[in-house]
Ligand binder design. Structure first.
Ligand code: ZN
Length: 379
């Protein structure tokens, strides 16, 4: 449908007042106590079984003293918030969960466990990676979503937040496995294409230029891989899991079928491997890509001004997630709108946001239902 003939209507967010956080009800302190208690317990498990539950790269940069102080503050805060929850009389169950996990953490050694030398396993779970990214993401993105939201009436605990949190945890725990698979893929399948002359030339360029090259090349391969997932009916069933989100926020982007996650990681790794940029350029690119991937799904209404024509913003990617007719199969780019403009898939009515999100055909609403959905014949 041509863009001009479509009548854009504002989105009507359902009433989420029963899900909202309000001061004085004990719900805020209850959730804080519960989450800090569980995170502390998981952190203590990391201390107890570092070879199996922590990532070697992160262990190399940890400051043991700072981590112990952070764990001490977290544990006592969980108990403090639990007390506040009991005083406020509502949501006592959340406070009780916080107390149980905090006491479990204390019984396993709490914040006094000494840091031991660790023999690295080839494969370990990234529990420490999960804890750190979860804390950082919640702090940065819920703050941004509260101060400059697009949909102010959308609650933090919007429908299906538990499902997307599960996806977040699942993907972060498996980081070592995912890295191993994507490395194996690029080296074995595309090892022949690596050119030392090209890599030496890339490394001779200023870091800023290297970062720009990484962004453009990664976006090119990610654009076509993404488009292929939309246009191939078999692959669409896998990608539809990501599009089944009906409420956009920072957590929504975590919803991905495991096959999708493996393919995306491997495809993204390909230009990084072939170009052989400096570590500084790689670090800047990976940080930019990780931040942008979360930001574009977020419930954030920042007016990006002319920047919105240069980089993919929440408005741009929200349109990709829309089930409004003119937006279907558009805005595939991950970093820059450039390739959507070049290949005719650009959709950006700058004054309007989507009316609806999600797939036109509704998917199962559980992790396992979505895991097996692409392989069912009757779809
Ligand atoms: Zn898509």
């Amino acid at each position: 449908m041509p863009e001009e003939s479509h009548i854009y209507k504002p989105r009507k967010t359902e009433d989420m007042s029963d899900r909202a956080f309000r001061l004085g009800e004990g719900k805020i302190s209850g959730y804080l106590s519960c989450s800090l208690g569980i995170l502390s317990f998981l952190a203590v498990l990391c201390y107890q079984f570092p070879a199996y539950l922590t990532t070697a790269d992160l262990r190399a940069v940890y400051d043991a003293k700072i981590l112990q102080v952070a764990l001490m503050i977290t544990l006592w805060s969980s108990l403090g918030f639990a007390l506040l929850t009991f005083i406020l009389s509502k949501h006592r169950r959340l406070g009780a969960i916080g107390v149980v996990f905090s006491l479990l953490a204390f019984s396993l050694g709490g914040y006094t466990i000494p840091v031991r030398g660790v023999e690295s396993n080839t494969l370990s779970l990234g529990l420490d990676w999960l804890i750190l990214t979860l804390i950082a993401s919640v702090m940065i993105f819920t703050f941004l979503e509260k101060i400059i939201p697009k949909y102010r009436e959308q609650a933090i605990l919007r429908p299906e937040w538990q499902l997307d949190l599960f996806y977040f945890c699942f993907n972060h725990l498996l980081i070592a496995v995912l890295l191993l698979i994507s490395n194996y893929f690029v080296v074995t399948v595309f090892g022949w294409a690596a050119s030392s002359q090209l890599q030496a030339w890339v490394q001779s360029l200023p870091v800023v230029v290297q970062v720009v090259i990484l962004i453009v090349c990664a976006d090119f391969v990610l654009y076509w891989s993404h488009r292929f997932f939309h246009e191939n009916p078999g692959l669409w069933k896998i990608h539809a899991v990501h599009h089944s989100v009906e409420h956009m926020d920072w957590l929504a982007g975590s919803r991905n079928h495991i096959v999708q996650t493996i393919v995306d990681r491997s495809i993204a790794m390909l230009p990084l491997y072939l170009l052989g940029a400096d570590k500084a350029a790689l670090d800047i690119y990976v940080t930019f890509a990780a931040f942008q991937a979360v930001l574009v799904h977020a419930n954030i209404g920042i007016p990006f001004g002319p920047l919105k024509y240069l980089v993919v913003t929440p408005l741009y990617h929200h349109w990709h997630h829309s089930s409004d007719k003119p937006a279907i199969d558009s805005n595939y780019a991950v970093h820059l709108p450039l390739f959507d403009r070049l290949f005719g898939t650009y959709h950006m009515p700058s004054q309007h946001w989507p009316q609806e999100y999600g797939t036109t055909k509704r998917l199962p609403r559980t992790f396992l239902g979505q895991l097996f959905y692409p392989f069912k014949r009757s779809q």
